[in-house]
Design a protein around this ligand. Structure first.
Ligand SMILES: *Cc1c(COP(=O)(O)O)cnc(C)c1O
Length: 226
């Protein structure tokens, strides 16, 4: 199937899953993850109705940004502090705030351009050594500190679940992120409206557990060549 058919099929599945668990399908945003894909493929997805694109490398976002208009760009990968300056004026949402040094740099660069940049806090719910993100237990204090930075607007949480054959296995990971957001929502100055969770392999389960943003690459664009 082509990219356009894939987008239609995923939207249909997202809507079905939402309705099955009595959620409004409009409350879940589909982010097309274009990493390792050409700008041409990304444009095909946009023509098929994708309004949000996600990149996990600064260089790729910088390359595609001028070529594709009218979409919201999401930065979803590990972000080095020295590269914040290249994307600060281009991103709609940074999904991967995971440490204080990065928070300070985002804050500094955002205030330079009079923005409060929307971010999600990345949480390593499953505590995988190979993944970035805060531990669950340190998240409350971290969010409290970040809430004092004028250049940052906390909108919610993000997690990457472990890759497993059967997505049912990671349901508890999504539940835990949702619970955590409930605990954090009373911190003054932060919003906990967004839960960025769910990828090709596990987005149905993530939607059932309250995801508001799914980040999907393979199911739209096919397997990536590295
Ligand atoms: C690559 C990537 C995705 C998309 O993964 P697929 O399994 O191809 O859908 C989602 N989120 C992040 C952070 C990624 O790096």
């Amino acid at each position: 199937m082509g990219i356009a058919e894939n987008v239609i099929e995923i939207r249909r599945e997202m809507a079905q899953t939402s309705l099955r668990c009595k959620r409004n399908p409009e409350m879940v945003t589909l982010i097309g993850v274009t990493k390792n894909m050409t700008a041409d493929k990304a444009s095909q997805a946009v023509r098929a109705g994708i309004l949000d694109l996600g990149e996990n490398r600064v260089q790729e976002l910088q390359n595609k940004h001028p070529l594709i208009q009218g979409v919201r760009w999401h930065f979803i990968g590990h972000l080095q502090s020295n590269k914040v300056k290249y994307i600060i004026d281009k991103v709609h949402l940074i999904h991967s705030l995971d440490r204080w040094s990065l928070a300070l740099e985002i804050d500094r660069r955002a205030r330079e351009i009079n923005r409060a940049v929307p971010v999600l806090i990345q949480v390593n719910v499953a505590n995988e050594a190979t993944k970035f993100g805060l531990e669950v237990q340190e998240t409350y204090d971290f969010v409290t500190e970040v809430s004092g930075l004028k250049g940052i607007s906390v909108q919610g949480l993000m997690t990457i679940a472990p890759f497993v054959e059967d997505p049912e296995e990671v349901r508890p990971v999504f539940k835990q992120l949702k619970d955590l957001s409930g605990h954090l929502k009373n911190i003054p100055g932060v919003q906990m409206e967004q839960l960025s969770m769910g990828m090709t392999n596990d987005y149905h389960v993530a939607i059932e557990e309250g995801s508001t943003m799914v980040r999907i690459g393979t199911a739209i664009f096919g397997y990536r060549d590295y």
